[in-house]
Design a binder for this molecule. Structure first.
Ligand SMILES: [Zn+2]
Ligand SMILES: [Zn+2]
Length: 321
């Protein structure tokens, strides 16, 4: 049966729901309420951070939305995806997508990980290999929905956050605060059919009012009204990791930022530096990195963007506020 015919019923359902839910979407687009959110805590066992680690940190891009962040004694893994070229992931509703790239390292080559930040429970962010091999005691910070899924898979240290909930993490004398930020995986009517998504703000250092380094990870989201609350609550973002790719499901519905959206996100969130990720790894990613690079150039933002190929590392230094 031709693929298009196979997906036709799904497409109709998605389109119908999309149309039916437009009024609700308007309400959901209203600016975020100033609720503070809940605070959770996580105490990690571990030695003091090496002295040089207090000032210098790294972000290594592994592929898709997988990065390894090392700073102040913490080693953080985001959205672990270690499948290889030619492998398929499930995206729900019987849809699958083929991986077009390899991760820069194998799962077995990972360093010891303190915690995983998972933006949402989608196959290209938490795949079947990781589901099988990741230590069940690894702390995982994610959405409430993602946390429930992980618990059912036997993971014992999951933290399910709603927007503006916060996880305070400590390891020796090092401190980190992770705050869940709004994210919406597509147009309002479509996003309800996809996994809930959270962005994250990672604030390193002991002083909550003046973090040593502030990082924003977008998650698979479009740029919509609630995003504006992020720079209001978290100004002076030092580094943004943006999930691009212009992912299209059924070939028509855009559910992640394309190149143009990526630049809009930069203009809304105003990070000092931006690293694009999640841009060429699956056949559902339809907006190549060149789209973003072209828009960045047109907006005069070239000096604010760092392009990393798979395996490359960006080094940053502590910011004096
Ligand atoms: Zn997704
Ligand atoms: Zn994705």
């Amino acid at each position: 049966m031709p693929l298009a015919r196979l997906f036709q019923p799904c497409l109709c359902i998605l389109m119908a729901l999309s149309c039916a839910m437009v009024p609700a979407a308007r309400a959901a687009d209203a600016p975020a309420t100033p609720a503070q959110g809940e605070t959770f805590t996580l105490q990690l066992a571990g030695a003091e951070a090496p002295a040089q680690d207090a000032n210098t940190g790294t972000v290594q891009f592994i592929g898709t939305a997988t990065v390894i962040i090392r700073y102040q004694g913490f080693t953080i893994l985001t959205d672990p995806n270690f499948l290889h070229k030619g492998d398929h992931v499930h995206l729900g509703y019987g849809l699958t997508s083929e991986r077009k790239t390899n991760p820069a390292i194998k799962f077995e080559q990972l360093p010891p990980i303190d915690l995983v930040v998972l933006s949402h429970f989608h196959g290209d962010h938490f795949d079947q290999l990781v589901e099988k091999k990741l230590n069940r005691a690894t702390p995982i910070v994610t959405t409430k929905e993602g946390s429930e899924r992980l618990k059912r898979l036997g993971f014992t240290r999951t933290f399910g956050l709603s927007s503006w909930d916060k996880l305070q993490v400590s390891k020796g004398a090092s401190n980190l605060r992770i705050t869940a930020t709004p994210g919406r995986h597509g147009p309002a009517g479509v996003a309800v059919l996809l996994p809930k998504v959270m962005g994250s703000i990672l604030d390193f250092g002991p002083d909550a009012a003046a973090p040593d380094y502030r990082m924003y990870i977008s998650g698979d989201t479009l740029v919509y009204d609630d995003i504006r609350a992020i720079p209001q609550r978290f100004p002076n973002i030092d580094l943004a990791l943006l999930h691009l790719g212009g992912t299209r499901i059924l070939g028509v519905l855009k559910v992640t930022m394309d190149g143009k959206d990526g630049v809009r996100m930069m203009q809304v969130v105003r990070p000092k530096k931006t690293v694009p990720i999640h841009y060429n790894d699956y056949d559902v990613f339809k907006s190549p990195l060149e789209d973003f690079a072209r828009e960045v150039k047109a907006a005069g933002l070239e000096k604010d963007v760092v392009y990393l190929a798979h395996g490359e590392t960006y080094s940053f230094t502590r910011v004096q506020r």
